[in-house]
Write a protein that binds this ligand. Structure first.
Ligand SMILES: *[C@@H]1O[C@H](CO)[C@@H](O)[C@H](O)[C@H]1NC(C)=O
Ligand SMILES: *[C@@H]1O[C@H](CO)[C@@H](O)[C@H](O)[C@H]1NC(C)=O
Ligand SMILES: *[C@@H]1O[C@H](CO)[C@@H](O)[C@H](O)[C@H]1NC(C)=O
Ligand SMILES: *[C@@H]1O[C@H](CO)[C@@H](O)[C@H](O)[C@H]1NC(C)=O
Ligand SMILES: *[C@@H]1O[C@H](CO)[C@@H](O)[C@H](O)[C@H]1NC(C)=O
Ligand SMILES: *[C@@H]1O[C@H](CO)[C@@H](O)[C@H](O)[C@H]1NC(C)=O
Ligand SMILES: *[C@@H]1O[C@H](CO)[C@@H](O)[C@H](O)[C@H]1NC(C)=O
Ligand SMILES: *[C@@H]1O[C@H](CO)[C@@H](O)[C@H](O)[C@H]1NC(C)=O
Length: 823
């Protein structure tokens, strides 16, 4: 071990690992490390090299750690200036100068502090170690006389995976470091679970237990997570079948160093670094070649924990790659040196104590406005159908209120501290932060901030407004009750058509939708003659668009809305815009709309093979023949994929709320297309679980609609489960037939048949299905999972697709009604 003289490197300071010295004499490549060898932490900077010299094993000095503890026992890339640590032994307990790592005569590897106290040693190394070696892959191994590896650092990864490294699914975890310069356990982890699913999760920091997954591979029965020679990180089963690809790198391993690291900001990135300085296109530094998830700021919505940033702080992607944490105006970082520490108020909160009959400390506050900013999951009060003024007043007059979200006539008072904050155009709306005016004045003088404009209003009108707000809050409960009865999303109210209508038209045109006049629609439908169907939200007519070369369309006339006010129109606009923005082969496409006075019409593509209900329950007498088993399985896949799109792939999650055969249409090629988002509850990011009025159709409704619990996308999973059973059995979920009493309720009958091993009874009359009983069983099992009472037991639609396709084993479903008695 040659001596190395320390030289200062100032400039790389914070960015780098502060590896503040460089060898002067080049280290001899180390062959085998024999028993009895050791290294000491300190100025001498000893380390062991891999034969190629690419990697080194030894002590790295890092900043912080307190009381002189500043050495990390690590493996790092040794040939590049930015000597990146890829593995470490003691990230949570740095050691001081004079500590040693020793491969003892009896084959133990022990890191000890200067007093000889062991700080770290790899457990489970049996006796028989005869040497150690740092391999050219960056793997440090302990081996026996026959070169059989007994322990390897590749089996105890910290935050990085290297090419040629394979992780087994034995609950292997990679934990991000705390910050760029602090190597101790951070707030995110990569978790390769025993069932083969790869997840990136937030933790319940400082504990490392999993909290909220923000990426999942949805692979099952996978055994290895492998980073292969050519730079692909993939998930495979033991027999070599590739089940999922995480990263697919194209840079050659001969020319580039590379690694996959879960960074301190929670993003998992694949990096490449040229090995030699003769590739003009590439800078001599680490370049991100790929990363997951695409937007961590909006991807984290956990109910507890602080999200991608700290509490009260909000997250924004920079250059599409790096999340940045910021404090709202009026708030400052709790620890100015640590931007993940969260934000605190920089002013005295509103006084809630009544003093001398004067309780209006609220006068001292105004709002700072942040558009498209949201803090999902955490409201303590919700006011519906209010103006922005009312929303502001409701918060000003509430001494507990520190911030409100206002969006489309809805006002959410936020619980403090707030979490999951993010800025994203898809959020819409704005968050209003209540800040002391004195602070705002100072700020304004300094001309750094502008507020949402001072609303000049006297006390009197303010009090009046506040009262109005509370009255409205009360009445919105009533409105909700009306919803349960009426299930009509586009409500009627005072006649007041104003320029809001124009705004909404603009919104719709931006979604690439054609606008029609009522007269055009009248002529297209021949005076609304041929009815295709009718439902809760309106009647559907067949039409022909002359100007579009006779394209057939289905025109939905939204009825029950003789009167509308601005709010309803805006809601209509928002919904239409979102529907218009969807584009998936398993959804019915919205072509255009008509918004004229009292007439609200939606124009859809025409589906020539009617609805699934027509053909499935038509009994052969209708114009549509019953689809055969194969077609029915394809329909099931299509509907499931359409739902995956609505739930997971739209910028705004869409919960359909009314999945049933009547709303599944079949196009010319018998491809199923989901239609009628008319009563979808469009879920904004802060509403992914929400208590809401009942929507949907009896028979397909999930039980949580009837309980006082939040409604999630799992209601669609439930309805899909029922439709799936109907698809398998070609019958309605409920038949009034007293001769076969045990078959009346499809769900019960199906579970009965399944649990008694008599699944064939469900498809007795269907030859094709009888020959494919394995698939019948799989489908029924999936359906039984989907209709579990407990929403959390139901799989997500992505998983449903994998299970239906057989990519994933379906475990034994419990009796779906086993919780019935507990209701
Ligand atoms: C290391 O030791 C093992 C076993 O003694 C031997 O097989 C191997 O060739 C040695 N490697 C080197 C690089 O010397
Ligand atoms: C790293 O951060 C943790 C958590 O804030 C802290 O406890 C620890 O002392 C820090 N370590 C160093 C070396 O700064
Ligand atoms: C090494 O291999 C020999 C012959 O295969 C065997 O007898 C011996 O037990 C092995 N030694 C160790 C330490 O595994
Ligand atoms: C690495 O995996 C990818 C697929 O993920 C495959 O295309 C490639 O051939 C593999 N390379 C090697 C060297 O096995
Ligand atoms: C996966 O891991 C098993 C042992 O767990 C191993 O036998 C197999 O070779 C590994 N497969 C790949 C592709 O590395
Ligand atoms: C490999 O295993 C997977 C599941 O673990 C299985 O689906 C696949 O058929 C197997 N492939 C081969 C070639 O045995
Ligand atoms: C860079 O130099 C190495 C040898 O020093 C050579 O093998 C490689 O082909 C060169 N690459 C380019 C792009 O010139
Ligand atoms: C305003 O500017 C002055 C001087 O530039 C500074 O001392 C003060 O801290 C600033 N106030 C705020 C609230 O930023």
């Amino acid at each position: 071990m040659a001596n190395c003289q320390p030289t200062l490197c100032l400039s790389l300071s914070l960015l780098l690992l502060l590896l503040c010295s460089k060898p002067v004499n080049s280290q001899q490549p180390q062959a085998n490390i024999s028993l009895g060898s050791s290294l000491a932490a300190g100025a001498s900077q000893d380390y062991w090299l891999s034969p190629s010299g690419d990697f080194a094993f030894g002590f790295q000095q890092v900043t912080g750690g307190g009381r002189g503890n500043s050495f990390l026992l690590a493996i790092w890339f040794n040939r590049i200036p930015q000597r990146t640590v890829v593995w470490s032994a003691n990230r949570n307990e740095l050691v001081p100068d004079g500590s040693t790592i020793k491969l003892t005569e009896d084959g133990n590897l022990i890191l000890a502090d200067p007093s000889g106290r062991p700080v770290w040693n790899p457990n489970s190394v049996g006796s028989g170690v005869s040497y150690g070696a740092l391999l050219d892959t960056g793997n440090f191994v302990l081996a026996d006389r026959n070169a059989t590896v007994l322990w390897e650092s590749f089996d105890q990864p910290t935050d990085t995976i290297l090419p040629m490294q394979t992780l087994a699914n034995e609950g292997t975890e990679l934990i991000a470091k705390y910050s760029r310069t602090n190597y101790s356990n951070g707030r995110f982890k990569l978790d390769f679970q025993t069932d083969g699913n790869l997840e990136f999760e937030t933790t319940h920091y400082p504990q490392m237990r999993s909290n909220y997954p923000y990426y999942e591979s949805a692979t099952v029965t996978a055994d290895n997570l492998s980073y292969n020679q050519s730079g692909s990180l993939f998930i495979a089963s033991t027999n070599g079948t590739i089940l999922g690809n995480v990263f697919d790198n194209r840079e050659s391993r001969n020319d580039f160093y590379q690694r996959v690291t879960i960074d301190h900001d929670g993003v998992v990135r694949q990096y490449v670094h040229p090995k030699r300085n003769n590739m003009s296109r590439w800078p001599m530094e680490w370049t991100v070649s790929d990363s997951q998830p695409p937007n961590i700021c909006t991807g984290i919505k956990g109910f507890i924990g602080n999200g991608a940033c700290g509490f009260n702080s909000y997250c924004q992607m920079e250059s599409g790659m790096f999340p940045r944490c910021n404090c709202p105006q009026g708030y400052v970082f709790m620890d100015p040196t640590d931007h993940s520490s969260g934000c605190v108020r920089n002013f005295a909160p509103q006084d809630c104590v009544v003093k001398d009959g004067n309780d209006d400390d609220g006068d001292q506050f105004d709002f700072v406005e942040m558009v498209n900013t949201d803090f999902p999951n955490g409201d303590y009060q919700f006011l519906n159908s209010v103006s922005e003024d009312m929303c502001r007043e409701a918060c000003l007059s509430d001494c507990l209120c520190d911030a409100v979200l206002f969006r489309d006539g809805q006002c959410y008072k936020k619980r403090m501290p707030m979490s999951n904050g993010n800025v994203d155009p898809a959020n819409g709306g704005k968050t209003l932060f209540k800040v002391r005016k004195t602070l705002l004045k100072i700020r304004r003088q300094n001309s750094t901030y502008s507020t949402a404009g001072e609303r000049k209003k006297n006390d009197q009108s303010r009090k009046l407004m506040a009262t109005a707000g509370w009255v409205l809050l009360g009445s919105s409960v009533f409105v909700n009750l009306m919803f349960i009865v009426g299930s009509c999303p586009w409500r009627k109210k005072n006649r007041r058509m104003n320029r809001v209508g124009d705004e909404s038209d603009e919104a719709m045109e931006s979604a690439n939708l054609q606008r029609f006049t009522y007269r055009e629609m009248e002529s297209a439908t021949g005076g609304f003659k041929q009815v295709l169907g009718s439902g809760a939200s309106g009647t559907v007519y067949k039409g022909v668009l002359g100007e579009r070369a006779g394209e057939l369309v289905a025109v939905k006339v939204l009825d029950n809305m003789p009167e509308r006010d601005g709010h309803d129109v805006r809601e209509f606009a928002t919904e239409v815009k979102i529907i218009g923005g969807t584009n998936h082969k398993n959804l019915v496409k919205l072509v255009g709309y008509c918004n004229e006075g009292q007439h609200l019409l939606l124009v859809y593509e025409f589906m020539s093979n009617g609805s699934l209900a027509d053909s499935l329950f038509g009994g052969g007498e209708g114009t549509f023949p019953r689809p055969n088993w194969y077609t029915r399985t394809q329909i099931a896949y299509s509907v499931a994929r359409g739902l995956v799109y609505l739930h997971d792939e739209c910028s705004t999650q869409i919960i359909h709320c009314d999945i049933k055969p009547q709303n599944i249409l079949l196009d010319q090629g018998m491809t199923a297309r989901i239609s009628d988002f008319g009563i979808s509850k469009l879920m904004k990011t802060d509403q992914t679980r929400t208590t809401t009025a009942i929507r949907g159709t009896k028979g397909y409704l999930a039980p949580e609609w009837f309980r006082n619990v939040p409604v999630t996308a799992k209601v669609d999973v439930h309805s899909f489960g029922i439709v799936l059973l109907e698809l398998v059995c070609c019958r309605k979920s409920f038949l009034l037939d007293f001769e076969k009493e045990e078959e009346m309720v499809l769900v019960d009958w199906a579970y009965d048949c399944y649990s008694r091993g008599k699944l064939y009874k469900l498809v007795e009359k269907d030859e094709d299905a009888m020959e494919d009983l394995k698939k019948v069983e799989r489908f029924v099992k999936v359906a039984l999972w989907c209709i579990q009472e407990d929403p959390s037991l139901r799989p997500g639609m992505k998983k449903v697709v994998h299970m239906l396709e057989g990519a994933v084993l379906v475990s034994e479903p419990p009796d779906p009604s086993s919780f019935m008695s507990a209701i």
